[in-house]
Design a protein around this ligand. Sequence first.
Ligand SMILES: Nc1ncnc2c1ncn2[C@@H]1O[C@H](COP(=O)(O)OP(=O)(O)OP(=O)(O)O)[C@@H](O)[C@H]1O
Ligand SMILES: [Mg+2]
Length: 258
Amino acid sequence: MSLEDPVALYASKLYLGIMRRVSSGIDELDLLLGGGFLRGSNILIRGNTGTGKTILCCHFLVAGAKNNEKGIFISCDENHEDLRVSMSCFGWDLRKLEENEMLLILDLGRQRRYHLGRYHSDIKPICNDLIAEVETAFRQLNVQRLVFDSIDGLEAILGDFLMFKKFVFHFSTFLIDLGLTSLITTRFGSEGRKMSHYTGMELLCRGIVDLFLEEHGHDSKRVMRIQKMVGTRHTLRKIPYEILSTGIEISTGGIFEV
Ligand SMILES: Nc1ncnc2c1ncn2[C@@H]1O[C@H](COP(=O)(O)OP(=O)(O)OP(=O)(O)O)[C@@H](O)[C@H]1O
Ligand SMILES: [Mg+2]
C-alpha cells in the first residue's frame, strides 16, 4: 500500500485515529460527531425540500471562513443572487466572503445557459469546466471546503441520466482525491423514495446526515439523524432542531449520551 495514494493515506490516518475534524458550523452537531466532520471526507445531506439543507451547508462554509478555510459553493438549485439574499436572513454576508476571497460561488445553472447557447446542448463542457474550476480553486486559492447543492439539481441541469451518473461517480472520487471536505445535498422523493438511491451516493459518501419533518398531530417537527459517519462513534437518536434567525439550532435535551 503506497501512502502517496490518497485513499490509502486516508485509511491509514483513520486507522491510527489521527484524522483531524472540521467544524460543521453547528456546535451541538460537532459535539455529536466527536468534534465535527472528518477532514477530507464527503458527507451526503439528505432531506426533503425546505428541511434546511442549504442552510446547513452555509453554516459549514461560514464556519470554515471564520477559521480561515476557504470554501466553494456549487449551486445547481438557486442562482447566485437568490442564494446571497436567502442566506442574508441568517446574518451571513456571502458577498463579503466572496469579496474577501474566502468563498467562491459557482452558479451551475448560469453556466448551463451559457454552454447551451454556445455548444448547442453539448453538456460535456459543463462537467469539464466544473472539474477544472474546482481544481484551480484548490491549487491556486487553497480551498478546503466544498458544497454541492444539489445532486438532483445537477441531474436537471445535465438532462442526460447516463452522463449524470458517470459524472457524479467521477466527481465524488475527484473530491476525495483532492482531500476537500465536502457536503453534497440530495432530496428525498415522494413517498419516502430516496432520490439519490440510483446514483449510489450513499455508498460513495463517507457520511450521511438526514433532515426530515416528523408529523405530530396537526404539527410537524424538524428532526435530524446521523445515518452513517465513517470513523466516528455517533448517536442514532433523532436530533430535534429548529430553523431560527441565526440558522439551525439543535435542541440539546437528552441526546448527548451516545
Ligand atoms: N429567516 C428565516 N427564519 C427562520 N426560518 C427560515 C428563514 N428563512 C427560511 N427559513 C426556513 O428554512 C427553509 C428553507 O431552508 P433551505 O433553503 O436550507 O431548505 P432546503 O432543504 O435547501 O430546500 P430545497 O430542497 O428546496 O433546496 C424554509 O422553508 C423555512 O422553513
Ligand atoms: Mg436548498
